[in-house]
Design a protein around this ligand. Structure first.
Ligand SMILES: [Zn+2]
Length: 476
């Protein structure tokens, strides 16, 4: 839409109008966001842009082609080619080049990422015009362009029209910043050759061939013949049940209003998880001790979660209790821990990439176990598999050899509550139990898998929906 405004000279209304002609195949949530985001971007641009240059030039004109460059880099004694392309809105005039990075959320008080800024500044300073499409998987076609003397990098928050100038200096300073803050990170990123299965696997063309993603047809118990490949996780299932349109917003990474969805006890649970995750990441792995609980139980934080008052005290007590049930006991070197382990399995029959995360995958001696940890002030004694679908999925994955290919993996549940910790070991070799777990997983998948479209289901749920502000169909 910004191309319509900046390159074709349309007004915002005309651009929206032209863009809306495609609205029948565009999710309403995206229309809702864009209707606000485009004017926000344009207003912030006015504030941020330079309007005349020191030599009296006319100021910025939009550049329609991407900026990119090709570099020859020596790494490990060999010469390799790096292609670097920046994305954002591009402007140029009178020896100045400006790149405006678009952020979906607000940029007020946003933390600076020096490596990102340095990369953008360095590339803009010596970029040519990219003639080939960005997503073509072949070498870039570049057309030489006159290099700037001055470089500006700005960021704009499209949710609220906030803006920050991130870099404003000579081309020479841009190159120096690149060398200082970006070079090492770029080389390290380009040298990475390991496999990191995760949420991105759903869009990967090599799924089915990847050595890090086991193929387990029939895992979900649904048939996807004729359907496009999609990815699914338990949170996909939850969002779908709440409102199918929420999935669309999540997939497009629309900004969410977190306050709407996080209750006090959710935050406490997340803080406890983050605290334990930090403890379990220690190298070498060792068991948690009671004195490693938060030293200030009335107010503490872990990861990006802060808790105070009753919830903070309960959380600190749960962490201290956890020392009694921590899985990582045993002699040093005997224990290996992988907290927040991503698990990705491809169900070819459903044509679905299953993305899961285990709270803790660990090994003691030769035995592997997945442990899920749940926090609740009160223990509920109803069926564990129904209560915790995550557990049911872990059991199915264990039965299908999807947790750690070739290894027998056990599954256990640790519950931390106001009355103390409890660990339950689940029998993944019991066919009846596995069948029950399959039924739970299948019930979570079925509705989503067979839904013809992800339409909004407005109702009470809108009150706690983090995307409500963008949704034209919300019920207030
Ligand atoms: Zn522990």
């Amino acid at each position: 839409m910004l191309d319509y405004v900046e390159h074709d000279g349309l007004t915002v209304e005309q651009a929206l109008e032209r863009w809306r002609r495609y609205a029948d195949r565009t999710p309403p949530m995206l229309v809702g966001w864009l209707t606000k985001a485009a004017p926000h971007y344009l207003a912030a641009s006015e504030d941020i842009a330079w309007h005349s240059t020191p030599s009296g030039g006319t100021g910025p004109a939009p550049v329609s082609r991407n900026w990119g460059r090709r570099r020859f880099v020596y790494a490990d004694g060999a010469e390799v080619v790096h292609e670097e392309v920046v994305s954002g809105r591009r402007f140029e005039g009178d020896g100045v080049r400006e790149l405006r990075l678009l952020r979906t959320g607000s940029v007020q008080g946003r933390k600076r990422d020096e490596a990102e800024i340095a990369l953008a500044a360095g590339v803009v300073a010596s970029a040519d015009l990219v003639l080939s499409g960005t997503w073509e998987k072949q070498a870039l076609t570049l057309r030489p362009a006159t290099r700037p003397q001055w470089v500006r990098i700005a960021e704009i928050g499209c949710s609220d029209g906030t803006g920050n100038v991130l870099f404003d200096g000579t081309a020479k300073e841009a190159h120096e910043k690149y060398e200082r803050d970006a070079e090492a990170a770029v080389v390290a990123a380009a040298a990475g050759t390991g496999y990191l299965p995760g949420a991105g696997c759903g869009d990967c063309d090599l799924i089915g061939l990847c050595p890090a993603v086991p193929v387990r047809p029939g895992l979900l118990g649904v048939d996807g013949t004729g359907l496009a490949r999609r990815s699914w996780s338990l949170s996909t299932g939850r969002s779908f049940d709440d409102c199918p349109a929420r999935l669309v917003a999540e997939r497009m990474f629309l900004p969410r209003e977190r306050a709407a969805e996080d209750s006090d006890h959710t935050r406490r649970g997340l803080a406890v998880h983050a605290w334990l995750e930090d403890l379990h990441r220690r190298v070498p792995a060792r068991a948690c001790a009671p004195e490693e609980a938060p030293p200030t139980p009335d107010a503490w934080s872990a990861g990006r979660w802060s808790v105070t008052g009753d919830q903070a005290r309960l959380g600190a007590q749960m962490i201290a209790d956890h020392a009694l049930t921590c899985a990582l006991g045993g002699e040093a070197g005997h224990v290996e821990a992988h907290p927040e382990q991503a698990i990705v399995v491809f169900d070819q029959q459903a044509n679905v990439v299953v993305v899961a995360k285990a709270d803790l995958l660990y090994r003691v001696g030769g035995a592997w176990t997945v442990r899920e940890t749940k926090t609740a002030s009160v223990l509920e004694e109803s069926d564990l598999l129904t209560q915790f679908p995550q557990l049911a999925l872990a059991v199915v994955l264990a039965a299908e050899d999807g947790l750690r290919a070739g290894e027998h993996v056990r599954v256990e549940l640790e519950r931390l509550s106001a009355t103390g910790p409890v660990v339950a070991k689940l029998d993944v070799d019991d066919p009846g139990f596995v069948a029950a777990a399959r039924a739970v997983v299948n019930a979570r998948v079925e509705g989503w898998h067979s839904a013809p479209a992800l339409k909004a289901k407005p109702g009470k749920i809108c009150k706690t929906c983090p995307f409500a502000q963008w949704c034209p169909e919300r019920k207030s």
